[in-house]
Design a protein around this ligand. Structure first.
Ligand code: PLP
Length: 400
């Protein structure tokens, strides 16, 4: 299928291989946002006139779509945030900060994104909890049995990405959550890299909390989702106070908050962003998540096969199953490779990709990352391979 016509960005002469940083947006998403501003621009949940009612309905339609997309039990479990980072921080600040005690342990890995690890490091500094890292296997992937074997009486939370943003391994959250729940341990999942790529089913995987950003799944920037089981979200202390989240406030001792999810959504929300997310979900559903996964896999296999034929490439994550590939060109600093490819209008990411603890396991801090999505093509991969099949990358990247 030719998806190119759906993505206005692809009319530019660009090969976009940085989908793990942010995805491109289909025209229908851009149109939905424009339609809001052109035709019913108004605040949501604030007005009784037709325009505001329409904005409110569209906003709540997206909540229902998200609920169905991730198979949550109720719309009360879907809180809109500014992105995965805010969602992951809220989970720690609004909930765990109050229930964890000194020396309680949180298990995670060194391949997680900064937004996964840092809120817990902060809590370690504030409350003396302990962040424990599970070792990765020889392919830098996570074996669920290693996580399970590390559980102790002190373990209170397991925090993992569903798919990591550098190695790209897909974690068996279901097996881990099933063991964790037998021992009353909470499971927090960062679905930033899996959402829109593979099926994310909070009930099937057993997530107590889950976070993601709209912009990595064809939606706009500045909007994300915090999912939490209702029984836990109910206990969240709001971290923002203002309009839309309260029923009444007569004095500091007489404040009545709204029910979920509004209690956690103070102030005017990112209305156009949420509407755009709803349209992104419609678009993904139209193609089908299984079909997206199939195309991602086919492209990834094609890319790996081609890269392996080049003798100047070091591949690091061949065994990981998702659509991310990390590599270096022998003797060339990753950023120089990215600058070199940019001359051919090929956009890739270089550096540590916000997973700075991974260096301890990988042994290097800088890699090039190609992250594919279903609108990429084998022809684009061929153009990348042609560009990489050059003995003078270093010289050409730094212009000597
Ligand atoms: C695995 C992972 N988690 C969290 C985030 C944070 O997402 P955002 O910057 O949209 O809040 C990212 C972004 O790159 C990511 O890749």
């Amino acid at each position: 299928m030719d998806f190119k016509k759906d993505f206005p960005m692809l009319n530019n002469d660009i090969i976009y291989f940085d989908n793990a940083a942010t995805s491109l947006k289909p025209k229908c998403v851009i149109d939905a946002i424009t339609d809001y501003y052109y035709n019913y621009s108004s605040n949501a949940h604030r007005g009784d006139y037709k325009l505001s009612v329409k904005a409110s309905n569209k906003f709540e339609d997206t909540r229902r779509k998200v609920k169905e997309f991730i198979n949550a039990d109720s719309e009360k479990e879907i809180v809109f945030t500014s992105g995965a980072t805010e969602s992951l921080n809220m989970i720690v600040s609004c909930f765990f900060k109050d229930i964890l005690k000194e020396n309680d342990e949180v298990i995670t890995t060194k391949s997680e994104h900064a937004s996964v690890i840092l809120p817990w490091f902060n809590l370690e500094n504030e409350k003396g909890i302990k962040v424990k890292f599970v070792s990765l296997d020889e392919n830098y992937c996570l074996d669920e049995n290693t996580v399970i074997s590390m559980i102790s009486d002190k373990t209170k939370v397991i925090v993992l990405s569903h798919i990591t943003n550098v190695i790209g391994d897909i974690r068996n959250i279901k097996a881990i959550a099933s063991e964790a729940h037998k021992r009353g341990i909470y499971v927090v999942v960062d679905a930033s890299q899996s959402i829109g790529h593979i099926n994310v089913d909070v009930k099937d995987m057993g997530a107590d909390f889950l976070a993601f950003s709209a912009h990595k799944m064809l939606g706009p920037t500045g909007v994300g989702v915090l999912y939490g089981k209702e029984e836990f979200l109910k206990k969240f202390k709001p971290f923002k106070f203002g309009g839309g989240m309260n029923i009444s406030f007569n004095s500091p001792k007489e404040i009545e908050y709204k029910d979920l999810p509004y209690k956690l959504e103070a102030g005017t929300q990112n209305i156009d962003g949420v509407i755009g997310l709803g349209t992104a979900i419609d678009y993904i559903n139209k193609i089908g998540i299984k079909e997206i996964e199939r195309i991602d896999n086919e492209l990834k296999e094609y890319l790996i096969e081609k890269l392996k034929k080049l003798d100047n490439i070091i591949l690091y994550n061949e065994k990981a199953k998702s659509s991310l590939v990390i590599f270096n060109v022998k003797g060339v600093f990753s950023q120089d490779t990215a600058l070199y490819l940019d001359k051919y209008n090929i956009a890739i990411r270089s550096g540590s990709h916000c997973a700075k603890k991974l260096e301890d396991e990988l042994g290097i801090s800088n890699t090039c990352r190609i992250s594919l999505y279903f609108y990429n093509t084998k022809e684009e991969i061929d153009r990348l391979i042609d560009a990489l099949n050059n003995k003078n990358i270093l010289e050409e990247s730094i212009g000597v």
